[in-house]
Design a protein around this ligand. Structure first.
Ligand code: PLP
Length: 422
């Protein structure tokens, strides 16, 4: 039997994988290239089975937060149970030291030294560590786009109210097919007063991937630190730290890595750790230790430990295979909805400028009302985007999404466009 026959024959797949636990079975039966696997529904059925998602709803908001595979969720529960058997012993003495394994596991797919990886509770915590961690004085400028994440803009606005710093933002074209427009945007808005830059790796409103490496290189010539908001970047599509060459990168792990809700990662280049203040105070001895960013008081050990299972699942599935599937799913619904006269795709479809997340608008139908309709009439979860630059519906399926679910979503939008929100 050749590889293709093995993957293609569902009965054979079922037979061979029957002896394995579900989640392992899901990732063990592959062997095709990402291109060969992207539309092999036998393979993706096994991956879908590794999750316990509720199929009585159609969840197209994996970008907000993703369910974890059962193997990850089981690990979380196992660690929680052990912790609860005697927290001061099991949580602090047994489980907490195992956090170091999770740190090491995370460092590999990101391509960094474990001593540069802090485990946080989400992207917001890592980003705010950086946003608050630099000393700034009144009049100093911080720069980002007006499509950066709302909470991160709010963070700078609070510093503006409290300390008198100045927040400068610039617009990003919608859709944006030209990465150099972003670099030019930063270039034009850097002034002698610019002391800090924030940039999204992926803009949450449209799924647009920004040219991080180029902006970091530009900022370096002006000696300006760049905080990269990688909430939607890490484990969504393949890249390594060396591809970005950034100094600060914060991400959520409960979006695309499928770790438990409440997991994030902060990367800080080793030589720069001493120069960044932690969000919660740490001892002076920890000045050069990445763990100073984890001094958050008593917290569950379970979430962080289950990250190791999430990394195992991600690596078993394969970053390239996952990304190709996400792009395939996006292209499937985008191709179908683009045929409708009144539908406009607000996301770039150019290679390298997006993967699983895209946003569309329907001329004459309010995006919020359309999302309400999809939920009320069809139990479909999609995300309304109401931003001055982007008004539309964001759709983010994942590896656990069935192709048929996407087709039902397209049926529902087609019907809404033709017949109105009845
Ligand atoms: C671009 C971006 N940055 C930051 C965040 C914050 O992530 P979290 O809520 O996991 O802290 C999000 C969440 O959706 C996001 O999309």
């Amino acid at each position: 039997m050749n590889r293709r026959q093995f993957i293609g024959g569902s009965a054979v797949v079922a037979l061979n994988l029957a002896a394995l636990p579900d989640a392992l079975a899901a990732i063990a039966g592959h062997g095709g290239t990402p291109q060969e696997t992207k539309d092999n529904e036998h393979f993706w059925f096994q991956v879908q089975r590794a999750f316990t998602v509720d199929r009585s709803i159609i969840n197209l908001n994996s970008g907000g937060v993703s369910p974890s595979p059962a193997v990850v969720h089981d690990a979380l529960k196992r660690h929680l149970d052990l912790s609860n058997a005697g927290p001061s012993y099991f949580m602090w003495r047994v489980l907490e030291p195992q956090r170091e394994t999770a740190r090491t596991r995370l460092a590999r797919p990101f391509g960094a030294d474990p001593e540069e990886i802090a485990i946080t509770r989400n992207a917001s915590e890592g980003l705010q560590t950086c946003q608050f961690g630099f000393d700034l004085k009144a009049g100093d400028e911080v720069l980002c786009t007006d499509q950066d994440y709302g909470r991160m803009i709010t963070t700078f606005k609070q510093r503006a109210r409290r300390e008198g710093i100045v927040l400068k933002t610039f617009p990003v074209p919608v859709p944006c097919d030209d990465p150099s427009a972003i670099v030019t945007g930063y270039q034009k808005n850097i002034t002698p007063k610019t002391k800090l830059i924030l940039m999204s790796h992926v803009i949450n409103l449209t799924g647009l991937i920004l040219p991080v490496r180029e902006v970091v290189a530009l900022a370096r010539t002006h000696v300006i630190p760049v905080i990269v908001d990688g909430a939607h970047g890490f484990a969504h599509f393949p890249f390594k730290h060396a591809d970005l060459d950034c100094d600060y990168y914060a991400t959520s792990l409960h979006k695309w890595l499928f770790a438990p809700v409440g997991c994030g990662m902060l990367y800080v280049r080793k030589s720069l750790i001493p120069g960044l203040w932690p969000l919660m105070a740490a001892d002076e001895k920890q000045t050069a230790d990445i763990r100073k960013f984890e001094e958050i008081g008593t917290h569950p050990a379970a979430n962080a430990l289950a990250i190791s299972e999430a990394v195992t699942f991600h690596e078993g599935l394969g970053a390239e295979r996952k990304a190709e599937r996400l792009r395939y799913l996006r292209d499937r619904w985008v191709t179908r909805l683009s045929k409708l006269d009144r539908v406009k795709i607000l996301s770039s479809l150019k290679p390298g400028m997006g993967y699983g997340v895209a946003t569309f608008a329907v001329d004459g139908i309010d995006a919020g009302k359309l999302c309400e309709h999809l939920w009320e009439k069809r139990r479909i979860v999609a995300t309304p985007i109401d931003h001055p630059d982007v008004k539309g519906v964001r759709v983010s399926p994942s590896v656990w999404t069935q192709r048929e679910e996407l087709d039902l979503f397209c049926d529902a939008v087609e019907s809404a466009v033709r017949n109105g929100l009845k």
